[in-house]
Design a protein around this ligand. Structure first.
Ligand code: B16
Ligand code: MG
Length: 218
């Protein structure tokens, strides 16, 4: 069983173009709190849990808050985020992702989700890709957020694959660090400067060809 490969996909910013909706919802809250929040700041939030994301924004603004206020803002942010997702469908899937998923599926490879999001399941349902996944691990399943590798370790375990035979696709610095810590093959999707710790780097999935996937499979 040791030769089984596990292909683990992050969700936001890898499979679907929802990272921009997280940004818009956080930016709205930051504005209300008088905190400057830029795209550069947002890189620190990618792959990070909702609770930790709020703490980072409050730290950026030097804002102290009670637990009650934080709970209120977390609900508000998630409601704003969900309002962007009401009408999402398969058109939200990022370019090149579906051909890669289908190629791996046709080659009988195992596919898992490894996402920090507690909204992952409805997003997979709405975009129609749920049937392609053999295992799902999301923000509801883990106690330690990326860069802790827990989410990817759980995914590999569900697929009965070793860490060395697990391949992780990620758009966040925290996620690449999590994969590297677990001795998995990290594949960064996005900007080379931001994701310089990734073992392999692609601007997006349209740059991933079948020959490269075959090297991962074999
Ligand atoms: P939610 P991923 C992560 O998803 C996002 O990158 C991150 O920005 C977000 O804060 C986190 O999920 C929690 O999401 O508020 O929906 O539970 O990239 O790990 O798929
Ligand atoms: Mg992501």
């Amino acid at each position: 069983m040791t030769n089984i490969k596990a292909f683990i996909f992050d969700l936001d910013g890898v499979i679907v173009d929802t990272a921009r909706y997280h940004f818009l919802a956080w930016q709205k809250l930051a504005q209300e709190l008088g905190i400057e929040f830029t795209h550069e700041h947002n890189e620190q939030l990618k792959g990070v849990s909702r609770v930790r994301s709020l703490d980072i924004i409050l730290e950026l603004g030097g804002v102290q808050a009670s637990q009650e206020e934080k709970d209120k803002w977390l609900i508000q942010k998630n409601e704003d985020y969900l309002s962007y997702l009401v009408n999402i469908d398969e058109s939200e899937i990022l370019p090149g992702v579906l051909p890669v998923l289908h190629y791996l599926k046709n080659k009988n490879q195992l596919i898992a989700l490894g996402s920090a999001s507690k909204n992952a399941r409805p997003i997979l349902e709405k975009t129609g890709v749920m049937p392609l996944f053999d295992a799902i691990v999301d923000g509801n399943d883990v106690s330690n957020a990326k860069p802790d590798p827990e989410v990817f370790l759980q995914a590999a375990k569900k697929l009965n694959a070793t860490n060395e035979n697990s391949i992780v696709f990620e758009d966040s610095v925290a996620g690449i660090q999590a994969a590297n810590t677990a001795n998995m093959v990290s594949i960064g999707i996005g900007d080379a400067t931001t994701l310089h710790e990734a073992k392999h780097l692609f601007k997006d999935f349209t740059f991933i060809d079948e020959a490269f996937l075959d090297t991962l499979i074999n």
